[in-house]
Design a protein. Structure first.
Length: 202
């Protein structure tokens, strides 16, 4: 992802300045400077294009509320999780612990939580691997003091799979159907593509 290269930008800036200083021909130096200006303007155009695409400033300008903005998908904020986190914050006890399933974003969660990044294994993958029955998996969740599961169904539909193998997937769905209670669900008009998040209580 491009953002992973951002730490290199200061070094690239120094290298660019050093290269510019070594250009002895004035005309070539001016041409290089204009090239840099064009690149900067193109970059600014991309930034502002993305900013308008995600309706940047809508909240700060009072055109919408934070809750409304975070509750619906945008081009760079798809499959929103915020409605479920808002429910968790407002309807669970302070000592609740939430396990995020196929969802790594957790910024607004005010409860203790476990959320694996896109590059890390979700703990439930390991727990399903060593559990033989839904009841055993439930005991493991309770042993970890998990009280709720936040499941982004839109992410599951988008990826086409859960973060474990076929047996683990069957075990997880058996756990959901037999032992968990759906306490919150938010669906958009096309949940398989953009908006479908759930909260289960153990």
């Amino acid at each position: 992802m491009p953002r992973f290269f951002m730490p290199m930008l200061p070094f690239l800036a120094v290298a660019t300045a050093a290269a510019l200083a070594k250009i002895a021909v004035p005309a070539a130096r001016r041409a290089f400077c204009w090239l840099l200006v064009v690149c900067c303007l193109a970059n600014c155009g991309e930034i502002f294009g993305n900013w308008f695409g995600i309706e940047g400033g809508a909240v700060s300008l009072g055109l919408t509320t934070k809750e409304e903005y975070l509750s619906r998908p945008h081009p760079m904020y798809n499959m929103p999780y915020y409605p479920a986190v808002k429910y968790v914050n407002e309807n669970t006890p302070p000592d609740a612990r939430v396990l995020f399933i196929v969802e790594s974003r957790s910024y607004y969660c005010e409860r203790d939580f476990i959320a694996a990044s896109l590059f890390a294994q979700n703990p439930i993958s390991a727990w399903t691997a060593v559990s033989r029955t839904p009841e055993e998996l439930l005991r493991r969740l309770r042993a970890e003091k998990i009280t709720h599961l936040l499941v982004n169904r839109a992410q599951i539909a988008h990826r086409g799979e859960l973060p474990f193998d076929k047996r683990g997937e069957e075990l997880f769905y058996a756990l959901v159907s037999k032992h968990l209670r759906l306490v919150f669900e938010n669906k958009g008009p096309d949940p398989s593509q953009a908006q479908w998040v759930q909260v289960y209580s153990l």
